[in-house]
Design a protein around this ligand. Sequence first.
Ligand code: NAX
Length: 328
Amino acid sequence: SIAPVTVTVTGASGQIAYGMLFRIAAGEMLGADVPIKLRLLEIPAAVSAAEGVAMELEDGAFPLLSSIDITDDPDVAFSGANVGMLVGARPRSKGMERADLLSANGAIFTAHGKAINNNAASDVKVLVVGNPANTNALIAMNNAPDVPDTRFSALTRLDHNRAIAQVVKKTGVRASSVRKVSVWGNHSATQYPDLSHATVAGEPALAVINDRDWVENDFIPTVQVRGTAIIAARGSSSAASAASASIDHVRDWVIGTAEDDWVSMAVCSDGSYGVPEGLISSFPVTCADGEFTIVPDLAIDDFSRERIDLSVSELEQERAAVRELGFV
Ligand code: NAX
């Protein structure tokens, strides 16, 4: 029989975790034959709510779900973790300055990075969802010196999926016919969703769409501010779609990407495409055997260069701010 995989989810009482946990337990992330041990981390005030979520998970009677542990101690939560899904974060409350937000989250992701360093399994893979996701991942990575940098990532798969969705709406094809979309940079409004290398039903996407004005003035801004549009319409931020993208991210990282496609992941830059080494920035990547590879040798035109640089400079500013606060 297959050994269980330990999956740690932080922010387990929150709305994204609520969309995520049932699908993990159902085998949609790691495979229909892989038993799951869930570890749920919450702050003390939300532990009781996590117990309620665990009761519902029990009531799902999922054959693959071998145990659920709930804790407010990061060392316990990450003990033996093979996969860490870092969803819990401090939201921006009214009147909170940017520096306050960075320092509240800096403290959380420093603690979680250390707990991963000291307790996780040697093959741990980390996905940071909690915002500011790229910089939170940077902080966790820098506080886990014994874990290879390549095990840390942040979620831009939701942005990637949103980009595919806009192309689907524009062209009428199925989502599976849209391939090689790229999201570059930060998970923020400066992100650059890029169709330069994308294909629609095997043909170059930009040729199929044949509408530069739509690409520049509709597609790009729509994807960039989609999160805000969801909040305006729904009254709360993206939850099920963020959960679904998180499942996609971990599944493809562990199981591998399709032969003639790639996905977007924010990962530690090795200097590719002029992105300064050590920044957690979104790139097009392929995955095989549990490792990602940044897609090499893509031609970057002036339009793309400008937009990648803009988002990367925002990431550099965030890094400078958390350096100043002593988190990295
Ligand atoms: P919720 O506020 O519903 O849930 C967050 C949960 O985290 C709460 O239950 C809270 O108690 C818990 N938490 C806070 N500090 C913690 C700590 N130190 N340890 C453990 N748990 C802790 O937020 P939700 O809608 O689930 O969103 C979670 C995060 O995802 C937010 O930061 C949000 O901004 C971010 N998002 C990121 C996205 C991405 O694509 N990267 C998209 C969706 C979402 O906006």
